[in-house]
Design a protein around this ligand. Sequence first.
Ligand code: NAP
Length: 307
Amino acid sequence: MDIALIGIGKIAVDQHVPAINASSDWSLAATVSRSGRVDGIPAYSDFKQMLDENPNVRVVSLCMPPVPRFAYATAALNAGRHVMLEKPPGATLAECHTLLTHANERRLSLFTTWHSREADMVPAAKAWLLERTLRKVHITWKEDVRRWHPDQEWIWEPGGMGVFDPGINALSILTEILPVPIHLKSAHLKYPENKQAPIAALLEFTHPTCNQVTADFDWRQEGEQTWTIDVETDAGTLRLFEGGAKLEVDGTAVEFTGALSGEYPRLYQKMTELVTAGKSDVDLAPLTHVADAFMLGRRETVAEFVT
Ligand code: NAP
């Protein structure tokens, strides 16, 4: 299928283009970006013009930040194209629900992708937890914003979500591997005095049987970077780390036995399946927890952030 990539920035270049090029299902037919481009691919700066001139493009994959995404997704659905959304799928829950309604009305596929759920060891962690009773769950997601988001001012703006931009990846894994739904109990958000989005967040969730489900997100982490979920159960401990790429059970490494592929190749494989089956995949649980954190969170002002 011919596909167009919209918003040629870091993630489009690092992950989407290689995943599309490596797949026999997909052909990158066009890009739309104000300044970015992909060598050898027709480049547009006007989205409507690209849609009008490329009726062969059946799918558009939106890789820009969340705030502008709704307008592009609406235009694509109105033009009869299937839509793939980078995470977080939108700036608000309501706009995501609206997009799903539009997609269903037009019998088009909408895919709210969560790339971290496609990390190698997430399915093994999910299977292991299914058999056990939880005692304690803790997420540690600490990274250096200067290292991972240089020159990205949108992450600090309203709708950029601040530390939840990576934190939502942890929540996408958590909501995938826990056998039952959870909901937010409390949040403590730390805002730099010169920014509109938090640099750190402490979250506490309510779980039907486990009374300690917590998360610690921090963007001020220098040196070693940590993307870990620790779980204690009635029958052993689990550590899912390196963003879901590695797993230890009771301190012993679990070998990866799935098919070698990678997070983004798996997302594009899923999109092939959704379009072929005429289905959508829209799970808003991770975004719901982030929205609840902004709604319920106690706000603390911390030192200004300077790059
Ligand atoms: P980015 O490089 O800052 O932005 C991607 C591109 O979006 C920009 O190059 C820009 O292209 C376009 N864009 C920016 N603002 C826009 C606007 N207001 N209207 C239309 N287009 C706009 O960001 P990124 O790191 O690729 O992240 C994009 C999305 O991918 C985010 O939702 C992020 O959470 C997700 N993501 C990022 C990573 C990562 O490692 N960076 C990993 C996984 C997912 P032009 O200026 O050329 O139009």
